[in-house]
Design a protein around this ligand. Structure first.
Ligand code: GCW
Length: 646
């Protein structure tokens, strides 16, 4: 048992389709893919047919939608375009026998968001501190190995297939921190990108590339990268033309500029709209887009300076630029104002840019949520974000606002044989695709789909146990790591494991300000950094007031004494103790639960999950003890239940 795990597409998942007589009608690369899938499933093509998949012009299903129905013993999938047929086929696979049971009236399925993207933070080279994949917890890159494109790209094709089966339609192949060798993917190493694109294309996946803003200097021999300089603009236009000559369906660029040391327009006194628009203009003739990241902040802060607040940075930089971006420039905003912490409010930038196309960025790779050693099913967090209404009740949800630009997840996949390190972390990638297709889908229902596809022969006991372990695992992780909206209590650099003051006095702007009297960041307008003022109503007032601020975000918005009483009746200090004891207990319970079902999934998956659960239990106890001890010693307040605190 050393092969690559099939994730949510094992052969058994195709049993229902494979035992049917199937017809596929239509032309095009993706229709051919459907034909090949049907043949590989073992379906017969003889008539009468049980399943007919065809391209038809009726209805308005769009490029990616499909209509499914069943009558007179025939299941029918109709799409207006090849991609829709592919998604319809995978939907039938997901339904399994249920697709061939009772009659079904016509159901129309269309993605809510047009752009459903995974961004890889893959490097071509190994980097001493980072490894090959920045914040990667699943081995090396699927694309590159030892500084070169992989010779065998068949796994990239398998990856494309997994992505298509959960609805993802674009991949950015390389890290947003574009180092020297990776910068060359734009020009003399473009053939490598074209080879990857060739593997992704049959599954309807477009290829995007992260580019270095200073490319005209790094690659073009110019002396400047000033976005308003005519020679710079000509260089980008010519370079982009070449890209499209090589990869005609190329998606576009991703740019991290003026952030954490990456070059950007500030060096030339230009705005981020100037920078983004220059690239947008180069891409426009070819139908491409630029995803311009809003993750711009000062990472050389002094902890004593209370006037600078990293949470404010993206809004302060970008809100004044609303309306200045081209139609094919998409501002890509992290879902929270800080940086993918276990708990953050929704970024105020999302409400502040009505005149700008917006993409919302999530992090499937579990940088701050257990690094794929801990079970942490992220769909409930993402679902909260997507359903959040930044302008209040009756106004559009985040998912609606993101329709202009899309939903992006930083990928959690690598060359690990389980794709994601922790086999159960596969569910996050799957759930991301499904939420990007249908943002109001229910996270436990998505998990249920993933279980059904991944373990098609799962007895009810396995299904129930996986739900018991995973449904609430994000909140469990929050309990032992991130009380009341405090973040960043992690070890600096690699970000794994507890270190309460690890980032407290560093230049990164990531503080909790715990002292002997209290804890939390005062971000109010009245006495703090004023960050609450970046929200429209009702949130500006909800977060401002201690009476209305939700408990889970209390310390994100307020600095309070340890004796402050929460809405749930507990004090802050007692809540910290209680949640940390409870969280570590829940981790131990997860391991117990798994021990009774592990044998049902195959010994290799079982062994990997057990190893990870052992580490989770150990780490959760370490978090419990470090956090409880720290706050006990700071506050001097004992646990009312008298449990062991060091
Ligand atoms: O969370 C931080 C990560 C960096 C990452 C950065 C970003 C790619 O620690 O590793 O760099 O965010 O999103 O640009």
């Amino acid at each position: 048992m050393t092969g690559v795990h099939p994730a949510w597409l094992p052969a058994e998942a195709f049993r229902a389709v494979g035992s049917r007589r199937v017809a596929v009608h239509g032309d095009g690369l993706l229709v051919d893919t459907v034909r090949a899938e049907v043949a590989a499933a073992g379906s017969s093509s003889s008539s009468p047919h049980d399943l007919v998949l065809s391209i038809g012009s009726s209805g308005s299903l769009g490029d990616e939608g499909f209509a499914l129905s069943r009558a007179d013993g025939v299941t029918t999938v109709v799409a207006n375009a090849p991609a829709g047929l592919l998604y319809g086929f995978f939907h039938v696979v997901r339904l399994g026998e249920a697709a061939f049971g009772a009659d079904r009236p016509v159901e129309v399925h269309r993605p809510a968001l047009r752009r459903r993207i995974v961004d890889h933070w893959d490097n071509v080279d190994l980097h001493p501190a980072i490894g090959q994949v920045e914040r990667g917890y699943a081995g090396g890159s699927l694309f590159w190995e030892r500084g070169a494109l992989r010779v065998d790209l068949s796994r990239v094709r398998d990856y494309a297939r997994l992505l298509a089966a959960c609805g993802i339609n674009a991949v950015a192949v390389n890290n947003v921190n574009v180092h020297r060798s990776e910068a060359h993917l734009l020009t003399d190493r473009l053939g490598e990108v074209a080879a990857i694109a060739a593997e992704l294309r049959p599954y309807g996946i477009r290829t995007h590339l992260s580019v270095n803003f200073a490319s005209p200097i790094l690659l073009g021999g110019l002396t400047t990268a000033d976005p308003l300089d005519p020679a710079v603009r000509r260089w980008w236009a010519a370079t982009t033309r070449q890209v499209y000559e090589t990869i005609p369906d190329f998606g576009g660029y991703v740019v991290k500029a003026d952030s954490e040391g990456q070059p950007g327009p500030f060096a030339y006194g230009r705005s981020h709209a100037d920078g983004a628009n220059m690239l947008a203009d180069a891409l426009a003739p070819h139908g491409g887009v630029v995803h311009w990241r809003a993750f711009v902040y000062n990472h050389r802060q002094d902890w004593r300076d209370r006037s600078t607040d990293r949470a404010r940075a993206a809004y302060d930089h970008f809100a004044p630029l609303d309306g200045q971006f081209r139609d094919n420039a998409i501002l890509q905003v992290k879902h929270g104002p800080m940086d993918f912490q276990t708990r953050e409010p929704v970024s105020p930038v999302i409400a502040a840019m009505p005149g700008t196309r917006l993409a919302v960025e999530l992090q499937a790779t579990q940088e701050y949520t257990g690094q794929q050693r801990h079970v942490c099913y992220l769909a409930p967090m993402w679902s909260e974000v997507l359903r959040f209404r930044p302008n209040g009740d009756g106004r559009p949800a985040v998912a609606t606002l993101a329709q202009t630009g899309g939903l992006v997840a930083v990928s959690n996949a690598g060359d690990d044989r389980f794709w994601t390190g922790h086999p159960l972390a596969q569910a996050n990638l799957y759930a991301f695709g499904r939420l990007a297709w249908a943002p109001d889908a229910d996270p436990p229902a998505i998990l249920d789909e993933w279980i059904g596809l991944t373990f098609p022969d799962a007895p009810p006991q396995l299904r129930q146990t996986l739900h018991a372990m995973m449904d609430d695992s994000w909140r469990t992780y929050e309990r032992y790591t991130a009380p009341l909206g405090v973040g960043f209590m992690v070890r600096p650099g690699h970000h794994y494991g507890p270190d309460v003051d690890g980032y407290e006095y560093t230049p990164w702007g990531t503080y909790h300000f715990a002292d002997r009297d209290g804890v939390g960041v005062d971000r109010t307008r009245a006495t703090g950094t004023g960050f609450t003022g970046q929200y429209p109503q009702p949130w500006a007032d909800v977060y401002e007031s201690l009476d209305t601020c939700p408990d889970e975000l209390l310390l994100f918005f307020h600095h309070v004494p340890y004796g402050h009483v929460l809405h749930n009746g507990s004090t802050v200090i007692q809540h910290i103790y209680d949640t940390h004891f409870a969280g570590a207990d829940e981790a131990a319970r997860m391991r117990d639960l798994w021990s009774s079902v592990g044998h049902l999934v195959g010994s290799d998956v079982d062994a990997r999950v057990r190893e990870r659960l052992d580490e989770q239990v150990r780490s959760a106890a370490e978090w419990r003890d470090q956090i409880n001890t720290y706050f006990y010693r700071k506050s001097g307040v004992p646990d009312v239940k008298g449990r062991r605190i060091y």
